[in-house]
Design a protein around this ligand. Sequence first.
Ligand SMILES: CCCCCCCCC/C=C/C(=O)SCCNC(=O)CCNC(=O)[C@H](O)C(C)(C)COP(=O)(O)OP(=O)(O)OC[C@H]1O[C@@H](n2cnc3c(N)ncnc32)[C@H](O)[C@@H]1OP(=O)(O)O
Ligand SMILES: NC(=O)C1=CN([C@@H]2O[C@H](COP(=O)(O)OP(=O)(O)OC[C@H]3O[C@@H](n4cnc5c(N)ncnc54)[C@H](OP(=O)(O)O)[C@@H]3O)[C@@H](O)[C@H]2O)C=CC1
Length: 256
Amino acid sequence: MFSKELLKDQTILVTGGGSGIGKAIAKACLQHGAQVIIASRKEEKLQTALEELQTYGQCRYIVCDIREPEMISKLATDIKEQEGKLDILVNNAGGQFPSRAEDISNNGWNAVINNNLNGTWLMTQTLAKTFFIPQKQGNVVNIIANIFRGFPGMVHTGAARAGVENMTKTLAVEWSPYNIRLNAVAPGIIKSTGLEQYPPEMLKGLSDNIPMKRLGTTEEVANLCLFLGSPLAAYITGETIYIDGGQRLWGDVFKI
Ligand SMILES: CCCCCCCCC/C=C/C(=O)SCCNC(=O)CCNC(=O)[C@H](O)C(C)(C)COP(=O)(O)OP(=O)(O)OC[C@H]1O[C@@H](n2cnc3c(N)ncnc32)[C@H](O)[C@@H]1OP(=O)(O)O
Ligand SMILES: NC(=O)C1=CN([C@@H]2O[C@H](COP(=O)(O)OP(=O)(O)OC[C@H]3O[C@@H](n4cnc5c(N)ncnc54)[C@H](OP(=O)(O)O)[C@@H]3O)[C@@H](O)[C@H]2O)C=CC1
């Protein structure tokens, strides 16, 4: 167990913090002494999550679509006015849909690239310029996916997440003089609300192809983010850590 004060006095923004993995990250941060802001598109989802999360500590939400530069700019101003600083950004918001590559429309491709690559980039650049670079201190955790052997069945997200992984390495070097660390977390298949959008037949038997023979939990992903965001990981930057029960190393990749 980590100390309850691991993230004391830290201000943390978790995108997509109203559900699934993001909500578990927000909860873990609150339980370890941080104040947390969650952000995503749907206010109702954020409000429901907030009712649960605020029982663990100081939390609020901001409605923001990470694909919209103006909304991101407003979010940054809002945090500057309310909290006055930001210590950690968790870029967790994202998603995609399964499809054969040849069936993806132009709009479908652009929607997924915009969400996962451009959105993550816009958030990272804006918040670094507003907080991390002037503060000469910051920390970014990017949630990507298990793209170790490509991502058959979801080429758009594989390409976008690979972009985020490379961006993580590049910025870890460029922004190291500002004392900013950036790392990526690559979950395998995690039992979360996100899986509800996949047809049950697609999810059938997935555990058999994972060496550990089970799906991951949102809490397990949250614990890794907690570690990377904390001083315990002070010498780790530009890294991608897979949390997949060994899935990347063995077994069939997805069939569609
Ligand atoms: C194989 C492995 C299994 C294996 C299963 C296990 C995998 C586990 C690994 C990963 C798990 C997760 O990430 S779980 C997390 C999942 N959570 C999410 O995905 C939630 C967030 N997702 C989204 O918001 C959407 O999927 C996303 C497309 C990115 C953004 O939506 P938008 O509102 O921008 O999109 P829309 O305006 O509705 O549509 C834009 C275009 O995209 C197309 N589009 C949107 N959804 C579509 C769909 N389901 N099928 C086809 N096409 C779709 C539309 O037709 C449009 O194109 P035109 O019709 O041409 O105009
Ligand atoms: N579950 C899994 O097995 C895996 C998940 N992942 C990734 O982990 C992350 C969390 O997934 P998970 O919790 O499972 O799924 P969810 O669908 O529950 O979470 C996705 C979150 O992202 C938010 N979001 C999506 N698009 C935007 C946007 N444009 N702007 C702001 N917020 C947005 C959603 O909120 P709202 O609708 O309110 O905008 C939602 O809270 C995602 O990036 C996902 O792709 C990666 C590998 C495996």
